[in-house]
Design a protein around this ligand. Structure first.
Ligand code: GLN
Length: 269
């Protein structure tokens, strides 16, 4: 079968960009080459690999899990079903932290997943030091692979559950994109999330339980002038602000993501 015919067939079944990415992945060529090779034959093995991936995509499996990577900030990160697929909204969190002067600072990231937040920060600030934790040992393995891929030596990855005792030193900045989705509010129709690790997505108390725990425990792990940076759902920021003020934080700011939704908040003692 000609590449051209297979591409047309595939683009009729799934999103056109997804189709191109699957072709690039299976045929191991870049996008330009897909079109310069358009009149070439595709071999049987590649045809069946494409069919298999299209089938999975049609069932709703995230493209990132099919090809094993996802672009985030400035890199293409390794991603497996053991970690959440990095979201573009999370780049807003990275962007605000990178506005700080991180020279010589220590950071703690809770729930690092594939490591995209810590690695994006560490790569641009070689002399800050980051502790990055996750409850899932499998996620730590993925994050470590990514750190090695992007040569980040200023991160230590730790397998840790924030519900247990925190044995960390105080830090200047505490960062987290914890689970914050309210499972009760889901309809079942959400695209892709049912393939992701539940532990990384859902939190009790309308999605606020882990965010609140991190704020309350985190307060005792901040250096003077330290700050907590949190990603959350757009409808959670008012409740979080109230909770933070009640728990001894003095200042906060709530920032928008690229869609104009309040997605990132900063809390300071
Ligand atoms: N932003 C993700 C979503 O809405 C959730 C990420 C998270 O829970 N940390 O699907």
């Amino acid at each position: 079968m000609l590449l051209k015919d297979k591409l047309i067939e595939t683009k009729n079944k799934i999103d056109s960009l997804d189709a191109e990415i699957i072709f690039q992945h299976v045929l191991k060529i870049d996008k330009a080459k897909i079109y310069s090779d358009i009149k070439k034959e595709i071999n049987k093995k590649d045809l069946s690999s494409i069919d298999l991936m299209v089938e999975e995509r049609l069932k709703g499996k995230p493209l990132a899990y099919l090809i094993g990577k996802k672009g985030f900030w400035k890199n293409n990160f390794i991603v497996t079903p053991d970690v959440l697929v990095p979201r573009p909204e999370t780049e807003a969190l990275v962007e605000v932290i990178l506005n700080e002067n991180l020279q010589g600072k220590t950071l703690l990231e809770l729930g690092t997943g594939s490591g995209v937040i810590s690695i994006s920060i560490a790569q641009e600030n070689r002399d800050c030091f980051i502790f990055a934790t996750d409850i899932s040992i499998r996620s730590i393995l993925v994050a470590k692979q990514n750190a090695a891929k992007f040569c980040c030596e200023n991160i230590i990855f730790l397998n840790h559950d924030w519900n247990n005792e925190w044995l960390f030193p105080r830090v200047d900045y505490l960062i987290s994109n914890p689970p914050y989705v309210d499972k009760e509010a889901t309809t079942g129709e959400e695209e892709g999330i049912w393939y992701e690790p539940e532990k990384a997505l859902f939190s009790k108390d309308k999605g606020l339980s882990d965010l609140k725990l991190i704020l309350s425990k985190g307060k005792n792990f901040l250096n003077e002038n330290g700050k907590v940076y949190l990603e959350h759902a757009p409808n959670q920021y008012e409740e979080l602000n109230k909770f933070a003020l009640k728990n001894g934080y003095l200042n906060f700011s709530n920032l928008n993501d690229l869609n104009g939704d309040k997605r990132v908040s900063i809390y300071q003692c």
